[in-house]
Every structure is written in structure tokens, then in C-alpha cells.
Design a protein around this ligand. Sequence first.
Ligand SMILES: C[S@@+](CC[C@H](N)C(=O)[O-])C[C@H]1O[C@@H](n2cnc3c(N)ncnc32)[C@H](O)[C@@H]1O
Length: 193
Amino acid sequence: MEPEIRGLLNELEAFGREHDQREPDHSKKMLNLEPDTAHLISVLVRSSQRRHLLEIGTSNGYSTIWLAWAARATGGRVTSIDRDASKHGMADANLRRAGLRDRVDLVLGDATEVIARLPGQFDLVFFDADRISAPVQFQLLESRLLPGALVLADNALSHPDQIKDYLTTIQARPDFDHVVVPIGKGLSVAYKA
Ligand SMILES: C[S@@+](CC[C@H](N)C(=O)[O-])C[C@H]1O[C@@H](n2cnc3c(N)ncnc32)[C@H](O)[C@@H]1O
């Protein structure tokens, strides 16, 4: 990775930690992905040449930068959705600073509503917003998953109660090979075999 982008990611990691510590309102926290989890997802994108990436939960663009950097290597694009206008604006600015803004379509709105009208097909979907809506969002996306798609979800170990319906949904599917990777807050990895 270029030192400029690595430097920006380091800065965002420090900002997110400090900001979230002093911000009492949960909805205003950045809640950025753990660096190792973001790194692993970028390896998954690059190693299997994924080009049609969808992220649900942009925040200020930390994980989006990792995805966009990987997408640049594969010739792909990222669509990322968040309902918070202030974070959406921060993500826009951070992606510009990374020189990766042209790789990303940032969509402002409720993810379930956006997904219902979103065009296109995806070979990687990353759930990192509200875990309660993930099962419905998965259903809405199903017909638009390309063969061999990866469907990822963070917080598989940190928020067992909130993510349980999603994990039950995915585990019940014989056409998906599913494993929870104990990295960061727990990454659910489902492969549409
Ligand atoms: C855990 S943070 C995402 C962190 C981000 N992936 C990163 O690593 O920087 C979750 C984000 O999802 C957004 N969010 C939560 N529920 C949502 C929904 N139903 N629709 C759209 N965005 C939602 C929040 O505004 C928040 O920014």
C-alpha cells in the first residue's frame, strides 16, 4: 500500500479511537472496523479478483478506503451506503484525500430502502451497519449475488444477540459455505459455492 494511504488510515484509526472514547452518543461514534479485519477483507477482494463490492455502513469511510484500494487493484468499484449525512460527508472527504473517490459510489439513505432500488450485481457484500436489518437486506440482495460471491458481516462475536438472526439465516442455507473468523470483533464469511 502507498505510504500516503497507509498514513491516512493510521490517522483515521487514531481519530476514531479518540473520538469514540469521548463521544457519549453512540450514533455519532465512528465505530470503525478493526484494522486487521479491514486488511483481511482487502486481501479477500484482491486474491479472488472481486470487482463488484457493496458495503453497508460507511461511517467516515475507513473500511471504504480499504475496499476502494483493493478495488483499484482489481479494476472494480465499491458502492457504500450510510444513513448519517455527517458521516457520509466525512467519507467523501476522506476518500478524496486517499485519491480513491472515483472508485466509490457513496449512497446516503437507509440501507434497506437503498438496497431495494439499487441496480447491479455483487461479488462481495459487507454488512457493517445495523445487524438487525441484515437478514432482510440479505434477502433483498440474494438474487443479485454473482456465483462465488462472498457475503461478510462484522460483529459476529461482539454482538451475538443482535447478529443471531442473520447468522441463523446464513447457516440454514446449504448453498452457502459459512465460517466465523475470530478476527477483530468476529467476521462472518459466507461463500456462495
Ligand atoms: C459500524 S459503523 C460502520 C463502520 C465502517 N464500516 C468503518 O469501518 O469505518 C455503522 C454505520 O452504519 C450506519 N447505519 C446503521 N444503520 C443503518 C441503516 N439502517 N442504514 C444505513 N446506515 C446505517 C451508521 O450510521 C454507521 O455509520
